[in-house]
Design a protein around this ligand. Structure first.
Ligand code: ZN
Ligand code: ZN
Length: 91
């Protein structure tokens, strides 16, 4: 019977361990799933906001006055005119 009891303890332990182990990943997952829609494109800009990935957006940026005619991209995404953008990963 003793072995049965220790088995029960073991199963309780092994039961609680996976629960602990499962609690950690979900904390990390929301950030990755939250990051997905904001995924940056090859230009280091949020894909949905990248005028180079979405040429249609150029009209929107031009309308806002946020457009670099010289480099054909939004001024706010023009790392050539704004070298500081490179710190954010903009290419
Ligand atoms: Zn892009
Ligand atoms: Zn520029």
């Amino acid at each position: 019977m003793r072995s049965f009891r220790s088995l029960a303890v073991l199963s309780v332990l092994s039961f609680s361990l996976p629960v602990l182990a499962e609690e950690a990943p979900p904390k990390a997952k929301p950030t990755t799933t939250a990051d997905a829609p904001k995924a940056t494109c090859e230009h280091g800009v949020q894909k949905a906001l990248c005028a180079r990935c979405n040429p249609k957006l150029s009209a929107v940026y031009k309308a806002k006055g946020d457009w670099c005619e010289e480099h054909q991209r939004p001024e706010s995404q023009c790392v050539i005119c704004n070298p500081k953008l490179a710190e954010k990963g903009v290419k």
